[in-house]
Design a protein around this ligand. Structure first.
Ligand code: IVH
Length: 667
C-alpha cells in the first residue's frame, strides 16, 4: 500500500467506527456484533501504532463511546468508568494470565464472573443512604438517572450492617428475558417498534423521562465492582460478599480461581450453561482478586491491566428444517419463514427463523429437510447462518420460492433493485385488503378511534367489510355481534367512523393507500390540485408539473383512477360527505424562520409527536422531506433513528440536530 492508501484506509476506519459508535451509544441500534466492532478497532489501532504520522487526537481509538443524552443532569465520576479489553479465545486469556503473573511477580488469585449484558451503572451511598445513580456516559461523566434507578426493587435504598460512610458501587442493570419477552409482546400488540435485545431494552428504559414507566418495566441490577481505596478488605471477592450483606444483589455465580486451568474450566462451564440463565450474558470477566495488586498492575488509557473480558461465541445450535412457509404481509411483501424442529437457544425455544427473501434462500443453498445452524445475534428473530452439507438427505430438492401468492394465487412481482417479491392484488388479496383498511383507519390517515387490527380481522372474516367504503355501512347491531364487543365499544367505533368526515382532504388522499402516495406526496397533491374531482381528471403531464412528483408517482395515480372499483369507492366516500377539497391556506404561517429549509425527521421525540414536529416545521415556512438527499438542510433525529438514514446523513455531511437543536432554530 502507498502512504496515501494507508492514510485513506485509516480515515475510512475512523469514519466507520464513529458511525457504529453513534448507532450503539446514541441510538441504541447497533448494526454490528461486538466482535466485528472490536475487529475494526483492532485494525485501526494496529495501523495507528505502525504509522504514527497519521495521529489524530479525535481518533475513535482515543475515547470510550458515549451514551450521554441531554435531558439528564451530568455528573463527573470520581473514578472514571473504564471498559475492559476483550478477548475471544482461550489463548488470549492465557496470555493475560501470563502477563499478570510476570508483572506481579507472584501467582495471584483470580475471580471469574459472568459478564452481564445490560447497561452499567454507578451508585453512591452516603451514611448508608442511596443518594445518586449515574450512567457510564463517556466514561468521565455520566447522566444522573437517580429517579429511574430508585424504581428498581432489588437496589437497596438503605444499607444494613457496617458499611463505609461514603460508598461507590458499580454494576449492571439488566432486563431479565421473561420481562423482555413480555415487554416486546406488548409493544407488538400496540404496533410499537420492538427492542432488538434485552440490553437495548434496559438502556432505553433507563433513559426514559418518566420514572413511573421505568418502574413498570421491572429492571433488575447486579453489582460487581467497588472502586477506590479505603475498603474494609483487600480481596475483591470478599468485598462482594460484604456488599451482599449490606443489601446488594452481587455478581451471580462469581468464583475464585487459583490458576489458568480453573479459569478455563469456568469458561467452558458457562459457554455451555449460560443458555439456562434467566438474563443475557455475553462473556466472562476475569479479575485479579487483590485490590492492592490491582493498583500495582494499574491501567492503560482505556482499561485496567488487572482484568479482561472473555466474550462468548455467538450461540449457535443445529436443528432440522421442517418446511418453509410464506407469509404475505399487509403491504403485499412475501416473506419466507423456516419452520424448525424446536430447539433451545439463548434462553428461549426457537421454532421459526426468518429467511428474509429469495436471495437468502439461494445463498444458503437451502434444501428440504436440511440440518441447519441457527444463531441468535442482536436481532429479535434468530437466523439461519448455514447448512450442514454432510447431513443433507440424498435426493432432497432445493427450497423454491413461490411464483404465486399463497393467499390469492396472483403471480408475484419483484421490482428492480428490490429484494422482496410482492403480491400486488390490492383489491382482492385478503391480507392486502385488511392492510388497506388498517392503513385507512390509522392515526396518520383517518385516525378512527376504537378500531384496531383485531376488529378489522373479525369484520373481514364475517364479510361485513371488504373495502374502506363498507365501514360507513356498519351498524351497532352488526358490531355487537362480534366477539368481545359491547355496546359502548361499538358506539365508539361508529363515532370514530363518523368523525372521519372532518378529516382534511390531504389526509383522505393519503388514507386511500394509492401506491407511492405517502403523507408528503398527498399534501403536495392536495395543495396543488385542490380537489378529488380535479385529481381524477389530471393526466401524467399535469401531475409531474407539481414539485417533487415524478413519473413513477404520476403514473401510479393515473392508473389508480382507471380502476372501476376505485371510482365506485370515491363516489361512495363523496356521498358520505368526506372532505374532497383542500382548505389549506398558504398564508397561515407563524413565521418564515424556516423558509427555504428542508428537514428530514427520524426517530421518536420527547416533546413532539412526529406529526406535531412536521406541522411545526411547516408553520414556520419549512419543508419536510421523506428521504435524505443533498437538498436536505437538517435531519432532526430522535431516539431510534434508522442506521441507514444516519449513514446517508454522514455521507452527505448533512447536519443532524436534536429536537432541542430544532427548538433553537425557531425560537
Ligand atoms: S468489571 C474497571 N464485571 O462490561 C472494570 N464489568 O467492558 C469494571 N460488565 O462497563 C468492570 N459484567 O458494563 C465488570 N461482572 C462484571 C461485568 C462487567 C458486565 C460490563 C460493564 C463494563 C463492561 C466492560
Amino acid at each position: 500500500m502507498s502512504t496515501e492508501e494507508i492514510r485513506k484506509k485509516i480515515e475510512n476506519l475512523r469514519r466507520e467506527i464513529e458511525l457504529h459508535n453513534q448507532n450503539y451509544y446514541r441510538f441504541n441500534a447497533p448494526t454490528l456484533s461486538d466482535f466485528e466492532y472490536d475487529l475494526l478497532v483492532q485494525d485501526l489501532t494496529a495501523l495507528e501504532n505502525k504509522y504514527p504520522q497519521f495521529h489524530d487526537p479525535n481518533s475513535p481509538t482515543l475515547r470510550v463511546g458515549s451514551d450521554l443524552s441531554q435531558e439528564f443532569k451530568q455528573v463527573v465520576h470520581q473514578y472514571p468508568m473504564l471498559s475492559l479489553s476483550n478477548s475471544y479465545s482461550e489463548t488470549e486469556v492465557s496470555d493475560f494470565v501470563q502477563r499478570v503473573e510476570k508483572l506481579a511477580g507472584v501467582l495471584p488469585e483470580y475471580v471469574c464472573e459472568l459478564k452481564l449484558d445490560g447497561t452499567s451503572i454507578s451508585l453512591i451511598y452516603e451514611n448508608g443512604s442511596f443518594v445518586r445513580a449515574v450512567t457510564r456516559g463517556d466514561g468521565e461523566k455520566g447522566d444522573d438517572v437517580t429517579a429511574n434507578v430508585r424504581t428498581i426493587r432489588t437496589i437497596p435504598l438503605r444499607l444494613k450492617g457496617h458499611f463505609p460512610d461514603r460508598l461507590e458501587i458499580r454494576g449492571e442493570i439488566v432486563m431479565p428475558f421473561n420481562v423482555f419477552d413480555a415487554l416486546n409482546a406488548e409493544r407488538a400488540q400496540n404496533g410499537e417498534p420492538l427492542f432488538a435485545n434485552p440490553r437495548n431494552a434496559a438502556s432505553g428504559t433507563l433513559k426514559m423521562l418518566n420514572p413511573a414507566i421505568v418502574a413498570s418495566r421491572r429492571l433488575d441490577a447486579y453489582f460487581y465492582y467497588l472502586p477506590g481505596p479505603g475498603m474494609p478488605v483487600d480481596g475483591h471477592f470478599e468485598l462482594l460478599e460484604m456488599a451482599a450483606e449490606w443489601g446488594f444483589q452481587i455478581s451471580p455465580h462469581a468464583r475464585k480461581c487459583k490458576d489458568l486451568a480453573e479459569i478455563l474450566q469456568f469458561l467452558e462451564h458457562w459457554n455451555r450453561e449460560r443458555a439456562t440463565l434467566p438474563f443475557a450474558t455475553d462473556g466472562v470477566v476475569i479479575k485479579v482478586n487483590s485490590k492492592r495488586l490491582q493498583e500495582e498492575l494499574g491501567y492503560t488509557a482505556k482499561s485496567p491491566r488487572w482484568a479482561i473480558a472473555y466474550k462468548f461465541k455467538a450461540e449457535r445450535v443445529s436443528t432440522r428444517l421442517l418446511n418453509v412457509s410464506f407469509q404475505v404481509g399487509r403491504t403485499g411483501a412475501v416473506t419466507p419463514v423456516a419452520n424448525l424442529e424446536p430447539v433451545h437457544l439463548g434462553g428461549t425455544t426457537v421454532k421459526r427463523a426468518s429467511l428474509h427473501n429469495a436471495d437468502v434462500i439461494k445463498e444458503l443453498d437451502l434444501h428440504e429437510s436440511d440440518t441447519v445452524y441457527v444463531e441468535k445475534g442482536g436481532e429479535i428473530i434468530p437466523k439461519i447462518v448455514g447448512v450442514e452439507m454432510s447431513l443433507r438427505l440424498p435426493g432432497s430438492l432445493p427450497v423454491q420460492f413461490l411464483s404465486n401468492c399463497p393467499e390469492c394465487g396472483q403471480s408475484l412481482t419483484r421490482e428492480e433493485g428490490e429484494a422482496a417479491f410482492y403480491c400486488t392484488n390490492d383489491d382482492d388479496c385478503p391480507p392486502l385488503i385488511k392492510g388497506k383498511i388498517e392503513h385507512y383507519i390509522s392515526r396518520k390517515a383517518m385516525n378512527v378511534d376504537g378500531l384496531g387490527s383485531e376488529t378489522i380481522d373479525l369484520l373481514f372474516q364475517e364479510g361485513l367489510v371488504n373495502n374502506v367504503g363498507d365501514l360507513y355501512d356498519l351498524t351497532q347491531e352488526q358490531l355487537i355481534q362480534l366477539e368481545r364487543m359491547g355496546e359502548k365499544s361499538a358506539d365508539r367505533i361508529l363515532e370514530g367512523i363518523a368523525q372521519t368526515r372532518e378529516v382534511p382532504f390531504e389526509r383522505v388522499l393519503f388514507a386511500l393507500g394509492i401506491r407511492y402516495v405517502g403523507e408528503t406526496v398527498a399534501k403536495k397533491l392536495a395543495r396543488s390540485i385542490k380537489s378529488m374531482d380535479a385529481l381524477r381528471q389530471a393526466d401524467v403531464a399535469r401531475l409531474t408539473e407539481i414539485d417533487e412528483i415524478g413519473l413513477k408517482i404520476a403514473e401510479s395515480i393515473v392508473a389508480w383512477f382507471q380502476i372501476g372499483k376505485h371510482l365506485d369507492l370515491i363516489d361512495k366516500l363523496k356521498n358520505q360527505g368526506l372532505q374532497f377539497e383542500s382548505k389549506f391556506d398558504e398564508n397561515f404561517l407563524i413565521s418564515q424562520k424556516l423558509t427555504g429549509l428542508t428537514f428530514v425527521i427520524s426517530g421518536v421525540f420527547n416533546n413532539f409527536s412526529r406529526d406535531e414536529l412536521k406541522a411545526d416545521i411547516e408553520k414556520h415556512g419549512g419543508k419536510v422531506g421523506t428521504s435524505i438527499s443533498s437538498k436536505t438542510s437538517y435531519i432532526v433525529a430522535g431516539e431510534g433513528i434508522g442506521p441507514s438514514k444516519l449513514e446517508k446523513a454522514l455521507q452527505l455531511k448533512i447536519p443532524i440536530i436534536t429536537e432541542e437543536g430544532y427548538g433553537q432554530l425557531t425560537n
